[in-house]
Design a protein around this ligand. Sequence first.
Ligand code: NAG
Ligand code: NAG
Length: 397
Amino acid sequence: MMYLLQLKICILSGLFLSVFIGFYMMSEKTNKHDPISQVTKSGLHTTKSPEETVKPTKPLTETAKPTEPDFFGDKYTSDDNLLQDSCPTSIRKKVLRSDFGERFLPNIPVLQWAKHFSKPEYKRLSRYYGAHGWGSVDITVLQDSLAILNVSANRIMFDDWEERQNGSQCIRCAVVGNGGILKGSKRGQEIDQNDYVFRTNGAIIEGFEEDVGVRTSFYTFSTNTLRNSLRNYAGLGFNGPPKSKETKYIFLPDHDRDYILMRAAAMHTKIETGSERGVEPKQYFGDDLSVEKFKMYHPDFIRYLRNRFLHSNTLKTKYKEIYRPSTGAVMLLAALHTCDEVNAYGFMTADYGKYSDHYYDKSFHPVHFYANHDLHMEMVLWQQLQTAGLIKIYMHT
Ligand SMILES: *[C@@H]1O[C@H](CO)[C@@H](O)[C@H](O)[C@H]1NC(C)=O
Ligand SMILES: *[C@@H]1O[C@H](CO)[C@@H](O)[C@H](O)[C@H]1NC(C)=O
C-alpha cells in the first residue's frame, strides 16, 4: 500500500526552512501524524566522534533490511570523458591517494540529461524515491523533461571553460553556503576571484556584497527549497534566485514538480498541471532563458552521496525515507566531483554555536537540526575533506 505522506519538516543547507515534502512511503505502519519536530529535538544529531560518523564504505547489504534489499542501491551508472583534466593538482588526482579514494567514483554522473533516459534505466531508478531515484516521477513527465536537456551545457558543469580559462589549467571554485560565519567576513572579493561561484537556496546578495561577493555561476535548489526560501526570506531580502548572464540553474530534483518546472522554464511555457500550476517560470529565473541555463543533478549522484559520504545514523531510523544530504551538501560535493580546487565559505564549522543560522539574519538564530538532514555529520565531513587536503573551508581563526 502506498500512502502519500505530507511532512512538515525543515531543510537546512545553511538555511532554516519550513517545507512540505510530498513523499511516497511504502510502509503501512507509517503514522501520518508523526510529529517530526520531536525527532529534531530528540538528540538524533548528538555529538559523535568523527570515526563513528564517516566510515569507509562497507558492503551495504550489511545495513539494508532483508525486506528492502534495494533501499541503498550502491550501484551506479557511469559517464566517461566528461571531465576536463588538464590540472596537475586537481582534487580528482589527490583524492585517490587520500582516505576518500575508496569511496570516490570519478565517473559517477553528476548531471543527468537526455542520454540517461531509457526504459531499463527507468526500471532501475524508479525503485528509489525522492532525490535518490525516479520513483516519484511519472515516466512520461521524466522522458519529456530529460529529452530537452540535450546540449553540452546540460552535460558538463563547466561547458564554457574553454572560453573562460585564459591560460589557466585548473578550475577554481568558490562554494558559498549561507551560514552566519560569513557575516562581517569581508570575503566577497576573494569569492568572486574564483573561476566559478556556487550558491544555493536563500542566497541573498544585495547588501552583503562585501562578505559574500556578487557573482553566481551556479545556483543549486529544488523547487521545494526555492519556494520555501521565497516564503521565509522575502522579508530579509530574498526575491528569487540570482540572475546574471553567467548564472546557470542546477535542479536537485526530489519530486516531479522539478522536472515539470525545468521543462516549462526551458520551453517558455506556463505550467498546466501539478503543484506549480499557473507558475510562470520567468518569475523565478528572469526573461533570459534557454535550455543552456539549466542542469539537473543525477539521482545516482545523490544516492551515492547519501550512501558513501553521508551515511547517517538516521538511515537506521524510520526517518530513513525522508533523509537526504542537505542542498548545500549536494552543492559542495558536486563541486568536489567537478572542480579542480574548492574553496568553501559559509558552511558549518565546529564553532557554529557562535554564529547565527544565516549571514543575513537580522537577529541571532541558532542553527537548527532536523530529521531529514544530518548537519553534524556534514560538518564532520567538511573537516575530514579539509584535513585530507581536498577542500578549503572558511573558518574564523
Ligand atoms: C540528443 O542529441 C543527439 C545528437 O546530438 C541525438 O542523436 C539524440 O537523439 C538526441 N536525444 C533526444 C532525446 O532528443
Ligand atoms: C587573462 O589573464 C591575463 C594575465 O593573467 C589578465 O591580465 C587578463 O585580464 C585576463 N583576461 C580576462 C578576460 O580575464
